[in-house]
Design a protein around this ligand. Sequence first.
Ligand SMILES: [Zn+2]
Length: 414
Amino acid sequence: MFILLIVLIKTATQILFLPVLKIIAIIFIAAIPLKALEQIVKGRLSQESYDLGEKVWPYTGLNNFAILSRAHKDMNVLKAVAEQQTVYELQRKETDIDTYVVVIGESARRANLSLYGYSRLTTPNIDKERANLFIFKQAVAPAPVTLMVVPNVLSRRTINDKGIDKLNDNVVNLAGQAGFKTYWLSKQGKINKYDTLITAIANAAENKEWLNGGYDNTLLPRFVKILNENDVEKKLIILHINGSHKNACTKYPESEQVFKNGRSSIEDCYDNSIHFTDKILGEIFNHLRNKKASLLYFSDHGQTIKIKRGQIDYTHAVVHPTKEGLDVPQFIWYSPKVPVNSRKTGEYKEVYPTEDNYYLIHDWMGIEKINELNTHSVLSTSFIPRKKIQVIDTDLNIFNYQDLPLDEIKPYQN
Ligand SMILES: [Zn+2]
């Protein structure tokens, strides 16, 4: 036992002095005081939302640790949300739609979809459906990273109002109380399953599953099974996919490679990942075509194009974002089985904050809160457009979207 201990200590010491690990350790240790100092100078340490680990780790380049740090903090929020129950006074109006599907995309940059005029044909399946679509021409995410976006988009929480009660007031709870059977299928990681604010909303679903391994298309068999369950009249199915998250080259099978020899292999992979998401959406449309169904797709946030080591790179616009870091695709699709009078197709041309999707989704589903006019849903006759659209970055700076700069690098041209 004693000898074993000595060997263990010896091995551990040897490992510690391996050069690579040493460099990582030095970077990390140096980053903590430097970042903390910067925050003290900025007077941020007193801020309620400040979290040292989350702020420090991104500077070491080890972003997963930042997520873990945030996740740990979110555990308490999860508990608090689970303990709370928002009870609504609701009424349901008939929409002629029984199956509602929400697809939450990942890191899809609006300008890279041919639906929005990109020179590469990245979204042939969505493009074909144009007559069945209501397209948001200028949808804008509230923040440049998933964890800061998805909770706000699906709940009443906003960048300016982060109360737990607002998180509990979400579209899954609303749908459940309005008599819908609710499903949450996720291709995002286990961290999301156990520890994040997104989970707080997913947990409100009657059926929730996190599917690990493989590509986004592994959701489809489960999705089809849910569609064929005939035990309820109305369903809300939320699919949270991996889409085009960095490293986009790993988000689709090799056989699905369509674009190559462009400006950079990163850009080629990125466009291939958009093309693969389009293929999955095309399959979903086909499964829904014979049902009274409608689908809402949006991406959580966009990406900014930068030059990294002399190469075109796609990345999250974390601090001081460009417009493209937040510009997202969003549309509502209606199956041909939905009567024409019950569809709203065409375009919404103005700048639209996806934070208002909470209002849009329950209005789309025909759910009305008694004594509350839904003025933030573009589908509503009471809609009043927002005068000012604010966004937040990962350093918690708040900006007016209109004031943000554009990417210096323009989209790829064939
Ligand atoms: Zn994301």
